[in-house]
Write a protein of this length. Structure first.
Length: 348
């Protein structure tokens, strides 16, 4: 893979490759854009099969962070980091201290936080050697509950357009992935009288959801084609491609997972199928809104965070309206909206 060519394709400012032989650290920090402010984005710890796979992931995810923060009205840029390797084998205080020193050396251009396989304890260890960390347990903490709240608000906004009411009582929602965000989303939905259909690769979580939310379990091979009003992808990315979307029986897609569309053309296909897709980075911005309030070492106030997260409802409506006005898919409308803010051309 030609790194500079790839950076050029996505518009990256800087990509830093980091390694330390002693602790087995191999990481890539991708700073996509700092026009609006310092770049915030979590660190993902994943046993990527190849370096190319890791680079592809970090470039896409970091660009998504720029768009996410811009659309959420934050004065922050976008970045992401990936650590390549087995988290179970590599994690230690020394490991995170060495990694943290590399983050520190960027002088505040990049702030890290939690992501897949990086939890609040890991973030706390990183914060022992650098102040360029957010989502620390002592301040803003785990972003997932805020992400779930934002997805719920976005989902209600989408329902108001698609079903003529934002009341979700009696609506059927299929949730893929019952982790930190997916499970918390189910709590919101269950409270509002939603009929839940669920699937997770972890059977124990499914069992718990069946009891707590009177949910119905769906087999993995039947999940995409399950009858439901709303499909909520809350596991990993690249869930929908141009072929498998033809099996969908929902009217609305709204979830937490990043990069759920294999590529932009899938957004067009969903549009043609009259399935309303709520762009991932618009409705899953609750976590970054929460962590962003810690930067740069600002006054953290959970009430302000919640009220800003609730604005995702209005942002979602704006994106849907923009898509309608321009006769484009909602995913393209979201990109246009967020890129317009970064370029200072529109909507600021
Ligand atoms: P998590 O690791 O807590 O949960 C993921 C869940 O998905 C786990 O329960 C796992 O068993 C399950 N899973 C994995 N592969 C699956 C599959 N193929 N089918 C069904 N279930 C599967 O992660 P999370 O924090 O809940 O985040 C969920 C998604 O939302 C991720 O894509 C993440 O990048 C995205 N996201 C999270 C946040 C946040 O604040 N945590 C913010 C924005 C976006």
């Amino acid at each position: 893979m030609n790194v500079l060519q790839e950076m050029n394709k996505y518009g990256h400012e800087q990509v830093v490759f980091v390694r330390d032989e002693k602790v087995g650290l191999n990481a890539i920090i991708a700073i996509h854009n700092t026009v609006l402010g310092p770049a915030l984005g979590g660190t993902r710890f994943w046993n990527y099969a190849t370096e190319e796979e890791a680079l592809f992931d970090v470039l896409r995810l970091s660009r998504g962070m720029t768009l996410k923060s811009a659309a959420a009205g934050l004065k922050l840029g976008g970045a992401k980091a990936v650590i390549i390797g087995d988290p179970q084998k590599l994690k230690s205080r020394e490991f995170f201290h060495i990694y943290g020193k590399y983050i520190d050396s960027l002088g505040g251009k990049y702030y890290t936080a939690e992501d897949v396989n990086i939890n609040a304890t890991d973030v706390e260890m990183i914060s022992e050697v650098t102040k360029y960390v957010s989502g620390t347990p002592a301040v803003s903490g785990n972003p997932a509950p805020f992400t779930a709240r934002g997805v719920y608000m976005g989902l209600k906004a989408g329902a108001s357009v698609k079903f003529g009411t934002d009341s979700l009582k009696g609506v059927t929602v299929a949730v893929q992935g019952l982790g930190n965000v997916g499970y918390a989303l189910c709590e919101y939905l269950h409270k509002e009288g939603v009929k839940l259909k669920v699937y997770d690769i972890n059977p124990a979580t499914v069992e718990k959801a069946l009891k707590e939310f009177e949910a119905t379990a769906v087999k993995p091979e039947k999940l995409l084609a399950t009858e439901c009003d709303i499909f909520a992808p809350c596991a990993m990315g690249a869930v929908f491609n141009k072929d498998n979307v033809k099996n969908l029986k929902c009217q609305l897609i709204a979830g937490a997972a990043n990069n759920v569309l294999m590529d932009a053309s899938v957004g067009d296909t969903l549009n043609d199928m009259n399935i309303l897709y709520l762009p991932d980075y618009i409705i899953n911005a609750g976590g970054v809104i929460n962590c962003g309030m810690e930067i740069p070492n600002g006054n953290y106030d959970v009430n302000v965070v919640n009220s800003n997260v609730d604005k995702i409802y209005d942002t979602t409506l704006k994106i849907i309206a923009l898509a309608k006005e321009k006769q484009i898919s909602t995913s393209k409308a979201a990109d246009e909206y967020a890129e317009g803010i970064v370029c200072g051309l529109l909507y600021s």
